[in-house]
Ligand binder design. Structure first.
Ligand code: GLC
Length: 656
C-alpha cells in the first residue's frame, strides 16, 4: 500500500475533499491481503464520517481472522463487530476512493495502450461531482425544445397524473405505479433505484431489499417513458462510483471494471451519535453461490444509451468519468484470455439465471447483452485519438460475434437435420462439424418440438456440446439488437408463436424450455431444490420478460403477439400480488418460493404498456442490421494461402 492522496466523494454538490492518509501499520497489515478498490460511497461531506469508516475498516481488518473468514482469503462479507457500528469486514480493501490504485491503473500500460491511448492522463475518475440537480435543467431544455434526436417527443409528466400517452390508466396500472414508487430507494435524499422486491409481509428478504442493476432496468424504462429521468441519472452515476476499479488476482474480489450485481443503502454510525448513509455494493461476494454479475456492466451501458435517447441528456454519457466507466467495462470484456471465440466466456450463474443451471461457457444471454452493449458503446464513445483503437476493437468484435452466433448457434428444422447427419472427428480447416458435435446429443424432445417454420438460437456452444434449450432472454435480445439476421429474428418470433403454449402458456414468459428433469436436474443443478423442474430458473415463467418480448415484437412488426401476452399477464399479476415467477409447464401456479411485489414484474408490465403506446420511443431502443459490420473481417487468415477464412466462405449465409 503506497501512501498518497485519496478522494472522498460527498454528494449534494459539495466539492470533493482530497484527503492525505497517514501511513499506518494496521493499514499495511491489511494491504498485505490486497488493499483493494471498491467504493463504499458515502453521501456526507463530513470528514469525521470518513474517518469513522476508516477506523471501522482498520478494526475489521485487524480482526479479520477472528471475525471474517479464513486468513488470506478476503470475503467482503458485511459483518458486525461487538460495537454498535456497521463494519464491512475488510471493506477497506474495497474502498475505491481510498486506494492509490486509481493512479496505478490510470497508468496501466496495457489498458492505455490498447484502449485509451493518450486519453487517460486526464484522470477521469471522480474529478467531476455527481451533479444530481443539473438533471432538472436538462430536462427543462428538452421540454422546451419539444423533441429529441430522431424526432421523439419527450415531455416531463406530472407524476400525479394517471395518464399514459393521452389514455386514462387502468386500475391495474395505477396500482402498479403506486407499488413501483413505493419501491424507490433514496440515498442522501435523492432517488437512486428500486428494491428488488417490496413485500411488507416478507420477514426474510435476503438480498431482495437491495437495488439490483439488472432488475432496475425495466423500472428505469418505466420512469423514462413517463418522463422522469432523474432517478435513472442518479442510478447511473452512483453505480458508476461503485464500479470496481482495481484489478485483483484472487481472493474473491472483483476485476477492474466489474459492476456490482446489487447495492444497498446502509446507515453508518458516526462518532457523534449521528448516522450517515453509505452505498454498499455486492459484486457477488455475498451472493448465494458467489456468482459474478457479468451482465451488470452490460446492462449499465445499455441503460446509459437508452437514457440519452429517451431524455435527450446526452451530456451525461459524454462526461469524462462516464466515458471511463464505459471503457473499463469494455476493457474487461475485450481483454484477451485463453479463449479464442468472439463470444464471452463466463462462469455459471453470471446473469439473470444466477444459480447453477449448466450455463457456464458461452451462454446466449450474455452474448446477446454483450453484443447490445458493444453496439451502445460504439455509439457513445466520444471520438478522439484516445478512443480510436477502442472503437475499432469494438467494431471488429461486433462483426466476429454476430458471425459466430448467426452461424453456429442457429437451429431450425433444416439445421437439425444437418446435425443429425454430421460426420464427426473431422480434423481440418474445412470441417463442417467444427465443434465435433455428436448427433446422438440431439435431445429427443427437440426432434418432436421443432416446428416446420421458425427457429431459434441455442443456449450455449462448447466443444462437442450444444445446449439445445431455448433461453428466452438471449433470443429476445438477439432480435432487439439485431444479433440475429433479419430472417432469424423473424423466425424466432414465429417459433414463439408456434410454441405459444410452451413458451407463453398462462403467464409470459418461460425463462427457458424445457426444464431439466431427473438425473439431468441432479447433475446439472446440483439437486437445487429451488430449481426443481418447471420452477424458478429451471423452466419457470417470469413476467419481467414481458417488456423485452414487447420490444422484440414491436421491432418485428408483430404487435398482436405482444398485446396477447400482455393481456394474459394483466389478467393475473395484480390478483396474484405481482409474483417474481410462476411454476409448472404452462405457468399455472405462483412460484413455490416466488417473492411477491417483485419490482421488475411490476415495472416490466408498465414498461410493456408504455412501449405499446409510444412506438416512436420504442423505436430508439432497438437496432436494425448494420451492413458495415458484415463487411468487416479482420481475421488474419484472409492473407494466408494455406488456411481459409470460414467467415468469408459463409458470408452468403449470414447475409440472408
Ligand atoms: C434472483 C434472480 C435474479 C434477480 C434477483 C433479484 O436472484 O435470479 O435474476 O436479479 O433475484 O430479483
Amino acid at each position: 500500500m503506497k501512501p498518497g492522496c485519496r478522494i472522498f466523494l460527498p454528494c449534494n454538490n459539495a466539492p470533493f475533499f482530497v484527503v492525505p492518509f497517514p501511513e499506518s501499520s494496521k493499514f499495511s497489515v491489511c494491504s498485505d491481503f490486497l488493499f483493494r478498490a471498491r467504493k463504499l460511497h458515502t453521501c456526507s461531506s463530513r470528514f469525521s464520517g470518513f474517518r469513522n469508516i476508516f477506523n471501522n475498516v482498520q478494526r475489521s481488518c485487524s480482526s479479520r481472522n477472528r471475525n471474517c473468514g479464513r486468513s488470506g482469503i478476503l470475503l467482503n462479507t458485511p459483518c458486525r463487530d461487538s460495537g454498535p457500528h456497521f463494519v464491512t469486514c475488510c471493506a477497506a480493501s474495497n474502498i475505491r476512493d481510498l486506494s492509490t490504485s486509481v493512479e496505478t491503473h490510470l497508468n496501466d500500460k496495457n489498458f492505455e495502450r490498447i484502449y485509451v491511448h493518450g486519453g487517460l492522463n486526464a484522470k477521469p475518475l471522480a474529478v467531476e461531482k455527481i451533479d444530481l440537480d443539473s438533471n432538472a435543467t436538462i430536462n427543462e431544455d428538452v421540454i422546451k425544445s419539444g423533441n429529441l434526436e430522431n424526432g421523439v417527443p419527450f415531455e416531463r409528466l406530472d407524476e400525479t397524473k394517471s395518464v399514459r400517452a393521452g389514455k386514462e390508466e387502468s386500475e391495474v396500472e395505477k396500482e402498479a405505479w403506486r407499488l413501483l414508487r413505493n419501491a424507490i430507494v433514496t440515498y442522501c435524499g435523492s432517488p437512486v433505484g428500486t428494491l428488488a422486491a417490496n413485500d411488507p409481509n416478507d420477514k426474510l428478504p435476503l438480498n431482495y431489499d437491495q437495488v439490483f442493476i439488472r432488475d432496475f432496468v425495466p423500472s428505469a424504462f418505466a420512469f423514462m417513458l413517463k418522463g422522469e429521468g432523474e432517478i435513472v441519472r442518479n442510478f447511473l452515476l452512483h453505480t458508476l462510483q461503485l464500479q470496481s476499479w482495481e484489478k485483483t488476482v484472487d481472493c474473491y474480489s472483483p476485476g477492474q471494471g466489474l459492476m456490482p450485481a446489487s447495492f444497498k443503502v446502509r446507515s453508518v454510525a458516526l462518532d457523534d451519535n449521528k448516522f450517515e448513509e453509505v452505498l454498499d455494493p455486492d459484486f457477488g461476494e455475498s451472493a448465494i453461490g458467489r456468482v459474478a454479475p457479468v451482465d451488470s456492466g452490460l446492462w449499465w451501458i445499455i441503460l446509459l444509451r437508452a437514457y440519452g435517447k429517451l431524455t435527450g441528456d446526452y451530456a451525461l454519457q459524454e462526461r469524462v468519468d462516464v466515458q471511463t466507466g464505459i471503457k473499463l467495462i469494455l476493457n474487461l470484456c475485450l481483454s484477451d484470455g485463453f479463449d479464442m471465440f468472439p463470444s464471452l466466456l463466463v462462469t455459471d450463474g453470471s446473469c439473470m439465471i444466477d444459480r447453477r443451471m449448466g450455463i457456464h461457457g458461452h451462454p446466449l444471454e450474455i452474448q446477446a447483452l454483450f453484443y447490445s452493449a458493444l453496439r451502445c458503446a460504439r455509439e457513445m464513445l466520444t471520438s478522439d485519438d484516445g478512443s480510436k483503437t477502442l472503437v475499432r476493437a469494438v467494431s471488429n468484435r461486433l462483426s466476429a460475434l454476430s458471425f459466430h452466433i448467426r452461424e453456429y448457434y442457429w437451429v431450425d428444422l433444416k439445421k437439425i437435420n444437418e446435425i443429425y447427419r454430421y460426420k464427426t472427428e473431422e480434423y481440418s480447416m474445412e470441417a463442417t462439424n467444427k465443434f465435433n458435435i455428436y448427433p446422438e446429443q440431439i435431445p429427443h424432445w427437440l426432434m418432436h418440438w421443432i416446428p416446420e417454420t421458425g427457429g431459434y438460437l441455442i443456449g450455449n456452444l462448447q466443444p462437442a456440446h450444444m445446449d439445445f434449450r431455448f433461453f428466452t432472454l438471449g433470443n429476445l435480445w438477439s432480435i432487439v439488437s439485431s444479433l440475429g439476421t433479419p430472417k432469424q429474428n423473424e423466425a424466432i418470433l414465429n417459433l414463439i408463436e408456434a410454441k405459444w403454449d410452451d413458451l407463453i402458456g398462462q403467464m409470459p414468459l418461460k425463462i427457458c424450455f424445457p426444464a431439466l428433469e431427473s438425473e439431468e436436474w441432479q447433475i446439472i443443478t446440483g439437486s437445487d431444490p429451488k430449481n426443481t423442474p418447471w420452477s424458478y430458473h429451471n423452466g419457470g415463467s417470469w413476467p419481467t420478460l414481458l417488456w423485452q418480448f414487447t420490444l422484440a415484437c414491436m421491432k418485428m412488426g408483430r404487435i398482436e403477439l405482444a398485446k396477447e401476452a400482455i393481456a394474459l399477464a394483466e389478467k393475473r399479476l395484480q390478483t396474484d400480488q405481482w409474483p417474481e415467477y410462476y411454476d409448472t409447464r404452462n405457468g399455472k401456479f405462483i412460484g413455490k418460493q416466488a417473492r411477491l411485489y417483485q419490482t421488475w414484474s411490476i415495472a416490466g408490465y408498465l414498461t410493456s404498456k408504455m412501449l405499446l403506446d409510444n412506438p416512436e420511443m420504442a423505436s430508439v431502443l432497438f437496432w436494425e442490421e448494420d451492413y458495415d459490420l458484415l463487411e468487416t473481417c479482420v481475421c488474419a487468415l484472409s492473407n494466408s494461402s494455406r488456411k481459409k477464412c470460414s467467415r468469408r466462405l459463409a458470408k452468403s449465409q449470414i447475409l440472408v
